[in-house]
Design a protein around this ligand. Structure first.
Ligand code: ADP
Ligand code: MN
Ligand code: MN
Ligand code: MN
Length: 341
């Protein structure tokens, strides 16, 4: 009897930043569709999702991908967490996005998320000298060449793994700090982009194990005059993408100016360390939007202004954000009547 190796992946209850967990199930036979993948469970008392005396949590598969790492028949199974009595677990942020996406389905919202991160090796950013600092920021963004680029091998392998898994990763680039990188996912509907981002993060961390490289999503991993890591979230609705959509984008920016604090509360822990106003994007207390303005909270890209329709970029989310929460906040504010956490 052939079998399928299924890696069940879920979000834990770690505070203030959710972490990924996963474990393997050997499934008899092959998997063609979601309903071929059985529900499973885990010990919630080890993931900050339950008490020891009543510890079982349920894993409900919601999307699966080809596993590009394991040989033979193998899949990555993204799951939602449910309580023993079959309610969405309080940590199940996907369930809340599922509801918002359903209510505002007709808006046809699309998201593209730019995931920045820093590779660490031996306790310091990859490629940094054993003591002291590298030369200041300047040459590293989108760089080529020895001395400017650190960690490309892992980054390239990650891109290939994502594409092999069927993820919609649409680009990668070296970032402003040596050892810092970015990949982009999308554009996709809210649940799909968030699911794929979590799986792409899982693949990156899994790959890092092979070469003892730690993937750091902290918004400000190195203090001082070094850019932090964000997760710029690009957003559009059907109306914004249609002729004259720039007006819709302006309207969205007005609405977003009213819900700034509520958004910041779910845009990632430690984001105030990153949004100081000194390194791109304005400080965490200020909301501002502008065309082509990388010092603003919301940037309207030049190509969108050129053709008077398209999308906008929310530059505020931190690299460690939960995309289920970020997408929900944007949908609720822009398509609904405002966002309350
Ligand atoms: P930046 O110039 O800010 O570095 P990137 O090229 O890194 O921009 O990322 C652009 C992002 O915008 C990608 O994730 C892409 O999927 C997304 N995107 C493109 N078109 C749309 C759209 N119509 N709606 C939402 N997101 C979009
Ligand atoms: Mn980018
Ligand atoms: Mn970037
Ligand atoms: Mn950007």
């Amino acid at each position: 009897m052939p079998h399928t190796l299924a890696e069940y992946i879920w979000l834990d209850g770690s505070q203030p930043t959710t972490c990924l967990r996963s474990k393997t199930k050997v499934i008899n036979g092959s998997v063609q569709q979601l309903k071929d993948i059985p529900e499973w469970g885990f010990d919630g008392s080890s993931t900050q999702q339950a008490e020891g005396h009543f510890s079982d949590c349920r894993l409900r598969p919601v999307r699966f991908f080809h596993d590009p790492i394991r040989a033979g028949e193998a899949i990555l199974v993204l799951c939602e967490v449910f309580t023993a009595d079959k309610h969405p677990h309080p940590t199940n942020t996907r369930a809340r996005l599922r509801e918002s996406a359903r209510v505002h389905k007709e808006a046809e919202s699309w998201f593209g998320i730019e995931q920045e991160y820093v590779l660490f090796s031996d306790g310091r950013p990859f490629g940094w000298p054993v003591s002291g600092y590298p030369a200041p920021q300047g040459p590293y963004y989108c760089a080529v060449g020895e001395g400017n680029v650190f960690g490309r091998e892992l980054v390239e392998t990650h891109l290939q793994l994502c594409l092999d898994a069927g993820l919609h990763v649409c680009g990668i680039n070296a970032e402003v700090m040596p050892g810092q990188w970015e990949f982009q996912v999308g554009p996709l509907p809210p649940l799909a982009v968030s699911d794929e981002l979590w799986v792409a993060r899982w693949l990156l961390q899994r790959l890092g194990e092979e070469s003892q490289i730690h993937v750091c999503f902290d918004p400000k991993p190195v203090k001082g005059d070094w850019n932090g890591s964000g997760a710029h979230t690009n957003f559009s609705t059907k109306q914004m993408r249609a002729s004259g959509g720039l007006q819709e984008i302006e309207l969205a920016c007005q609405k977003l100016s009213q819900t700034h604090d509520a958004h910041m509360a779910v845009y990632g822990a430690g984001n105030e360390q990153r949004l100081t106003g000194l390194h791109e994007t304005c400080d965490i207390k200020t909301f501002r939007h502008g065309v082509s303005d990388r010092g603003a909270s919301i940037r309207i890209p030049m190509p969108t202004v050129d053709v008077q329709c398209g999308y906008f970029e929310d530059r505020r989310p931190a690299a460690n954000c939960d995309p289920y929460l970020v997408c929900r906040a944007l949908i609720e504010t822009v398509c609904g009547n405002g966002f309350v956490r």
